[in-house]
Structure formats: C-alpha cells, structure tokens
Design a protein around this ligand. Structure first.
Ligand code: SF4
Length: 189
C-alpha cells in the first residue's frame, strides 16, 4: 500500500465514535520520507477545523522548538496523532478509541520507517514508549524498540500552562538534534 492509498482509506474511517463528530480527519503533516516522526495526542478545535495537527497556540510553540533545531513541519519531519479525529470538548481520547485508531498510526510508521519517534505528551508516550512513562521524570531520554529510538517530551499545550518547564523542553529538543546528527542521514542534508 502506498502512503496516498493509506491516507485515502483512513479518510473514510468511521471505526470509532469520534468519526461521527469530526469536521476534518487529521491524518498528519510533513514528509512521509522523513526520518523523524512526532506523535501527539489528538486534534483540538483548530486542528479539527483545519485538518492539520498542532495549528493553534500550542502548534506555534511547537514550531518554535522545531525551528530552534532546524526542523520544519513541511520539510524534514512528519507529525501525526494517536487519534485522527477530535475528541469532543478536547477530552482525552478513550483507550478504546486509541486502540481502534492505532492501526492507522502503525501503518504510517511501517511505511515511513522513521529512525526516531518523539512523543509529545503523556498520552502518546504511555502508548508508544511504556504505560508507566512519566513525562516529568523521563522526558528527553531515548529508548530503543524494534530498531526505532523513542523519546518523550512535554506536550506544547502543557508548556503553555507551565512555562517553567520550557527550559527542560528545550534541552530535550537539543538532545534530539544531537541524536539526529548522530544517526540520521537525510534530515539535515
Ligand atoms: S479516531 Fe481513528 S478510529 Fe476513530 S473514526 Fe477517526 S480515524 Fe477512525
């Protein structure tokens, strides 16, 4: 299956109840050939309206961190979410919704074959890295699984609520930059 075929199939998805209330399905943004994949939680209001992940205030903050280490959401990374449709009133996606949506993300990872996955926030980190993952304690550490390095850091919305965590988040992005320079071939070329 090609990336385009996967996206077209995903856009028809009604596997869970979130499909009924979405305005737009948010498949992701960026280059499917990227070596670095960012995974967030799920679309919020702005993301649902525009069909793109991280486009509100938290998205602007994420773009600043990305720019600080020469990453660009349209050029050398890909950004996706644990669930592709907006949970009403921005509640956490339910475990069963995550379970049903995970197939799409798994298929994206299989086609992309990223070298590094960065989990933005608790929901993604606990699903992708480990169910006991604590962002405040384990952020910025890399864990290898199935040949892919996985790292969790703060969700940008959490940084807007707790700006005192911004220096820690910057450290995580700088650690990511060093790891990209070490193991990625095309991200900075
Ligand atoms: S959230 Fe995922 S599983 Fe649920 S309808 Fe949307 S794409 Fe399908």
């Amino acid at each position: 299956m090609t990336w385009e075929e996967l996206e077209a199939e995903c856009r028809q998805c009604q596997k869970c109840e979130l499909g009924a209330t979405r305005t737009n399905l948010v498949f992701g943004v960026g280059s499917p050939q990227a070596e670095v994949l960012f995974i967030g939680e799920g679309p919020g209001e702005q993301e649902d309206l525009r069909g793109e992940p991280f486009v509100g205030r938290s998205g602007q903050l994420l773009d600043k961190y990305l720019a600080a280490i020469h990453l660009d959401r349209r050029r050398n990374i890909y950004i996706a979410n644990m669930v592709k449709c907006r949970p009403p009133k921005n509640r956490d996606p339910k475990p069963e919704e995550q379970d049903m949506c995970l197939n799409w993300l798994t298929a994206q990872v299989k086609l992309m074959q990223p070298k590094i996955i960065v989990c933005l926030g608790r929901i993604a980190a606990q699903r992708i890295i480990g169910k006991e993952f604590k962002v405040t304690k384990e952020h910025g550490k890399f864990y290898e699984h199935n040949g892919i390095l996985r790292m969790g850091t703060f969700h940008p919305a959490a940084l807007l609520r707790n700006p005192n965590q911004k220096p820690d988040a910057l450290e995580d992005f700088l650690a990511l930059q060093a790891k990209i320079e070490e193991i990625c071939e095309s991200t900075y070329s």
